[in-house]
Design a protein around this ligand. Structure first.
Ligand code: 5GP
Length: 204
């Protein structure tokens, strides 16, 4: 897939680092950006809405979409399936400057194999493992087992940080959002410069 007008920005992190909040803030800060809505078989959380946060589907439906090759990538996480619809990218990369993908390391790996140009990956780290532990226990205060299972998989996810183009530590939320947003704006400028150089060289 060749993307000329648009950047694909992958954002990954272990659970509890604040990726969803950061990605949503980045979307507000970057003009003409779109946050791809994934498909999942997990149940919606209290504040989540179908077709806004995820396309929530049954396992049967997910497997049907998989058979129909509707996903550009898919992964299994915490016993649930997650997938990025090809249509989410296709319908948005023409009209957007940036399409954000909030996906895990498996998805990031697969997308990078399929999209070579204008695709950058960002990995968010917690300031420390003990802070991550506190955040996860707070988030899942009613389910300690879930908090510890998320912590366990967070430790596994951390192993993949080195596969990413850019690494940021989410210590202070605003600082982290501002730094990433500046980096993305620089990448947009760089892409546009290259695009205009291409035109100039063509005419030489
Ligand atoms: P959660 O259930 O907490 O919303 O997400 C769990 C993990 O699945 C997160 O790391 C999230 O980024 C990842 N995820 C969400 N959507 C997708 C997707 O479409 N593909 C892949 N590979 N991972 C996803």
């Amino acid at each position: 897939m060749v993307l000329d007008n648009c950047l694909i920005i992958i954002i990954s992190s272990p659970s509890g680092v604040g990726k969803t909040t950061i990605t949503k803030r980045l979307k507000r800060k970057i003009n003409k950006s779109y946050l791809s809505i994934s498909c999942t078989t997990r149940s919606p959380r209290k504040n989540e809405r179908n077709k806004k946060d995820y396309f929530f589907v049954s396992k049967e439906k997910f497997l049907k979409y998989k058979k129909q090759k509707k996903f550009i990538e898919k992964a299994k996480e915490h016993n649930n399936f997650y997938g990025t619809f090809k249509s989410e990218l296709k319908k948005n990369y023409k009209k957007s400057k940036v399409v954000f993908l909030d996906i895990d390391w498996q998805g990031a790996r697969n997308i990078r194999k399929k999209i070579k140009d204008n695709c950058y990956s960002f990995f968010l780290l917690p300031p420390s493992l003990s802070i991550l532990k506190k955040r996860l226990i707070k988030r899942h205060s009613d389910n300690t087992r879930l908090a510890f299972s998320r912590l366990l998989s967070a430790r596994k996810d951390l192993k993949y940080w080195d596969e990413y183009d850019f690494i940021y530590i989410n210590d202070k939320l605003n600082t982290c959002v501002n730094e990433i947003s500046k980096k993305i704006k620089d990448l947009i400028i760089e892409k546009d410069k290259r695009k205009s150089f291409k035109q100039i060289v063509k005419k030489l």
